[in-house]
Write a protein that binds this ligand. Structure first.
Ligand SMILES: NC(=O)c1ccc[n+]([C@@H]2O[C@H](COP(=O)([O-])OP(=O)(O)OC[C@H]3O[C@@H](n4cnc5c(N)ncnc54)[C@H](O)[C@@H]3O)[C@@H](O)[C@H]2O)c1
Ligand SMILES: O=c1ccn([C@@H]2O[C@H](COP(=O)(O)OP(=O)(O)O[C@H]3O[C@H](CO)[C@H](O)[C@H](O)[C@H]3O)[C@@H](O)[C@H]2O)c(=O)[nH]1
Length: 328
């Protein structure tokens, strides 16, 4: 099958590209505007098309050339706090851009769409762990843009039979075990890579955004799921669409919640560095606790995680940082 991976040069996308490439079953085309992605993160044998999902003419060229049957859509603006400061750019990239991509898919008759959705859909959840069919009520513009796309997809299925899977990732983390690809954002906003910048000698300490949340130690609790496990769920989601021709949505988490303080402790154990930490005020848009139930993905997709230990997950990220002290 010909598969287009929009955002395939990014952190999660490059891990998906690597796993699909290893599988050797499909023809892969990566489309990316390289705003945050890296060509060095994708194998040389994979076709790369530079382009922006908001650029209809460029998408038309790429789809006319490759005619992909399936599209993985990971290209988005991804920072919760930034989305609270600049919501319109989030709507422009994540909603308008996705609409343009879907219009081109409709024009060329692409059948399957696998969408990178998020835990941020659930806002302040009614219960923990969060089931895939629980109420969605985002508390930040980033989550709103992802929910808007999930709703758009429902109507695309009704209107012209586009079959889709929404994968709501919780906090993606870690790196491919070989250590040659990993998370490299500039500036970095995610907790684990920021914490690892301390033992890497790039910053003196890490900031903890709020210790007055209603959690055991007062810091936010998140569900950190390994990026290679996310990649395997994507591959199973495409198999699922091929087998059932039915749209669906799944939560993807690790089954555990860790507080910011617990993550810093894990990084201290893995790196042997004391990693000083300082409490700062809360960051805009942060819910206290987000932990997934991935039962639906396990039952329906047959998804099995390879990584269950937070220390092992942090160790894979640390290996990437040690092998790539300057990033890609
Ligand atoms: N990182 C997480 O913890 C997390 C959690 C839940 C959901 N997600 C979602 O997963 C997806 C991938 O996230 P990531 O962490 O790999 O981010 P990333 O920034 O590393 O990857 C995004 C990729 O998309 C590209 N891109 C962005 N806008 C584009 C556009 N308009 N046209 C073409 N390419 C564009 C970037 O260059 C980059 O390569 C995003 O949709 C994000 O919202 C991420
Ligand atoms: O220097 C830091 C960075 C983060 N945090 C805290 O650590 C937690 C995790 O923050 P991240 O920025 O690593 O991740 P988010 O939970 O904000 O968001 C990530 O996961 C979400 C899903 O849960 C989204 O999809 C989003 O794209 C992705 O960035 C938050 O409580 C945050 O306040 C700190 O205390 N200090």
């Amino acid at each position: 099958m010909k598969i287009l991976i929009a955002g395939g040069a990014g952190y999660i996308g490059s891990h998906l590209v690597r796993e699909l490439h290893k599988l050797g079953k499909h023809e892969i085309i990566v489309l990316d505007n390289l705003s945050t992605g890296h060509t060095a993160a994708i194998p040389q044998a994979v076709t790369f098309e530079q382009g922006d999902i908001r650029d209809k003419q460029r998408l038309d060229e790429v789809f006319a050339k490759h005619k992909p049957v399936a599209v993985y859509h990971l290209s988005a603006s991804i920072e919760v706090a930034q989305s609270c400061v600049d919501p319109l750019s989030y709507y422009e990239n994540n909603v308008s851009g996705t609409v343009t991509l879907l219009q081109i898919m409709q024009k060329y008759g692409s059948k399957y769409f696998i969408f990178s959705s998020t835990a941020a859909l659930f806002g302040m959840p009614d219960r923990i762990p969060i089931e895939a069919d629980d109420t969605t009520k985002p508390v930040n513009p980033y989550g709103e843009t992802k929910l808007a796309v999930e709703k758009i997809l429902h109507w695309c299925d009704q209107a012209f039979g586009l079959k889709y899977v929404c994968l709501r990732y919780f906090n993606a983390c870690g790196a491919d075990e070989a250590g040659d690809i990993g998370e490299d954002h500039t500036p970095e906003s995610h907790l684990i890579p920021l914490v690892l910048q301390v033992p890497a000698g790039k910053r003196e300490k890490v900031f903890i955004f709020g210790d007055d949340y209603d959690t055991e130690d007062g810091t936010c609790v998140r569900d950190y799921v390994h990026v290679t496990d996310l990649a395997s769920a994507h591959i199973q989601a495409l198999d699922y669409l091929g087998e059932t021709n039915e749209s669906n949505r799944f939560n993807l988490g690790s089954g555990h919640g860790y507080s910011v303080k617990q993550i810093i402790d894990a990084a201290r154990r893995v790196t042997g560095h004391p990693i000083p930490a300082e409490i700062k005020p809360r960051r805009a848009g942060d819910p206290a606790t987000l932990v997934a139930s991935s039962t639906k993905a396990e039952k329906v997709l047959g998804w099995k995680r390879k990584y269950d230990s937070i220390d092992k997950i942090v160790a894979t990220a640390w290996k990437f940082h040690q092998l790539h002290p300057k990033g890609f």
